[in-house]
Design a protein around this ligand. Sequence first.
Ligand SMILES: Nc1ncnc2c1ncn2[C@@H]1O[C@H](COP(=O)(O)OP(=O)(O)OP(=O)(O)O)[C@@H](O)[C@H]1O
Ligand SMILES: [Mg+2]
Length: 234
Amino acid sequence: MILEVDNIHTFYGETQVLFGVSLSVKKGEVVALLGPNGAGKTTTIRSILGLTRARRGSVHFNGADITRAPTHKIAQAGVGWVPDDRRIFPTLTVRRNLEIARKTTGFANWTIDDACKIFAPLEHLLPRECENLSGGEMQMVAISRALVGAPGLILLDEPSQGLAPKIVNDVMNVIRRLREEGLSMLIVEQNVNIALSVADRVFVMNHGRIVEEGPAENYRKQGAARAATLAAAT
Ligand SMILES: Nc1ncnc2c1ncn2[C@@H]1O[C@H](COP(=O)(O)OP(=O)(O)OP(=O)(O)O)[C@@H](O)[C@H]1O
Ligand SMILES: [Mg+2]
């Protein structure tokens, strides 16, 4: 396992939002975390990153206990993040955003040139200021930024959000490419069909709990009506 989240309980102030969440990602696997608005998907990512620390339970990455590690140490250990709001520096160029994010970890190093091989259009964007990019271009930069941080695992929060279907397809193809390169990924999605199209395994959350899990193949076989219920609030 590259990531093991075991029975975490997370609070915002006095309000508990995660109630014993457990999930795992194996090396080279794409795992989808599904569930409706407010289920606790982003909070699970924030707990893994130490941004909103779990009060109980544990998080292990690549064999090490990171439950109480500071966020920058977790990044340094090789956990990459593509936040839901992307958080690109708008007044800097794409190249500068990527340069700032470069670091070495125990995992494979990715140069900006390597990222351009995965995303062909990136090369032409390098001199552009980020504030003028389209949503799809911005997402491409956000994923490339995670990549040049030499991650062993990338946490992607709603990578399809706000993107046109054609662009979503491009992003999912990039995720498949990254899996071929041996990267492990946890993808949080409200768009169940998109997530099922790339995932190896699935966890479904509701009200701060994991309510079901299984191989993505089983869910793909169950069809669209079943998929719709996975994202529905109950
Ligand atoms: N900073 C915060 N302070 C207090 N409560 C919060 C905060 N962020 C989220 N919450 C609450 O925690 C719960 C889980 O939110 P979270 O953002 O993890 O859900 P989500 O599954 O990512 O939802 P979405 O699909 O809308 O992104 C929700 O009830 C939300 O209102
Ligand atoms: Mg969220």
